[in-house]
Design a protein around this ligand. Sequence first.
Ligand code: ZN
Ligand code: ZN
Length: 580
Amino acid sequence: MKKIGLSFFAVLLLISCAKNAKSTQDGDLNKKFDNYKNNFISALWKINPNWASEVGFHKYDSILIIPDAKANQQKIDFANSQLDSLKSYTIDQLSNNNKTDYYMIKNQLKGIIFNIKELKLFQWNPSEYNVCGSFAEILNGNYDSLETRLRAFNTKMNGIPAYYEVAKKNIQNPTLEHTELAIAQNLGGSSVFQDDLKNALQKSKLSDAEKKQILEKATVSVKAITDYAEWLKKLPNKTPRSFRLGSALYAKKFDLNIQSGYTADEIYQIAINHKKDLHEKMFVLADKLWEKYKGKAVKPADKLELIKQVIDEISLKHTTPEKFQSEIEKQIPELTAYVKAKDLLYIDPSKPLVVRKEPAYMAGVAGASISAPGPYDKNANTYYNVGSLSGWTKENAESFLREYNDYILQILNIHEAIPGHYTQLVYSNQSPSIIKSIFGNGAMVEGWAVYAEKMMLESGYKNSDEMWLMYYKWNLRTTCNTILDISVHTKEMSKEDAIKLLTKEAFQQQAEADGKWKRATLSQVQLCSYFTGYTEIYNLREELKKKEGDKFNLKKFHEKFLSFGSAPVKYIKELMLTEE
Ligand code: ZN
Ligand code: ZN
């Protein structure tokens, strides 16, 4: 007995020793990886000073990188050497937070190489060249004294003429769409070197000599920017590149940006089937609601036409331009109370959402958006910006309010605020990761907000046929965004067919459809993030439900899922399934 006991203890000790040894080793490795991440970020900012300023890191504000071949090579070298460093870490031994960070860094580095060697936006997208935004950032920011910011502004201007000379050398057969965009954005943005700068100089305590020098350089800068725009206008471009990316590049960009478990082809097929399914569900509801809204009117034979007519009637129930903001403000506490009563997930009340009128510098985008504090400004408020409708023509305001009618407005608040973007943000701040706040996965973030809409309705939120019909219409938008983007870039979809898809099959207004077409010609892949992320999250939930049976708990699922931060859903899925 004694012997057994002894050896039993010995074995136990051995096990615990081994365990200790292993966990300190893991602890060391995680510490080492944390250090690595800090070094990686420092090096990243050094070669991307503009990006650094954008996220609130201002050490390199005075540096303007000249985008020549040497700069591209520097980025490639950076990516390769960092990819090399990553090889010394065994993923299995990293914490969950570090595992996902590891994947996201690796993906980012591959993206740098892909962008330069394969995508080559620097050759065919002239709007890649624009200094105005980063200078406006320095001028409008309040992170440092005006004088310090103006001195950074001053030094940074030195590089502008060389910057645009290199731009002209880089450009080859640009697309007509991006050329037009570059002209408009550069000419529009140049105001930062004119009145905006003059106003700032007047308020500053700089010496007259310094002010004079800055103004002289500003004149040179405006000339360089204007020359670039004029050069683009006159550029002989007999064989412009098509704005369509083509299947091969698209598939790669999709994998790198979305980081999904699905390929672009797979998600396209899922979206097509989903659209069909939505149309069927919508027809059942609209047919049921017909009499209530259309009385004895004869039903159209075309199912989509019938749905459209019912939607048009329901859309007439909407708020007024004056009450648009207060209506949103009123709904936030209602949504919070509902989520709590239904036990859908915990919402930390210590960092409440502040609803505000959209600040002037953001104006132009109607509707609502969330402004979250950046990684270097963690204690700032989270704002819910609500666009004002004052100054709109009666006609435009009416059309906007019909779109954001009493039903859709609630879905919008679910998406942007509770339990959508704002709630997700509160959770991601609890597992702080500078990597995730910088490279946060768009498909996860948007996918969560789109998932939240469906989840709220499934839980019985404001349950009615009207609510569901309007929800399906809203969901058709993200579904058709995906179909549109993939069709435009890989299937030669014509403008005519695109507009038909959006207006006839997704019930959008002409203006909205026109805007979406333009967006699809100027961007690639991003429009797929909403539907792809949503599909992955929803399917993960259903998979876990099936696996866990009676033990499945919706609240636990939500909280666990969000605890991983803004990581790609496929990695969260992997971690959640292995922890099972
Ligand atoms: Zn009206
Ligand atoms: Zn969103």
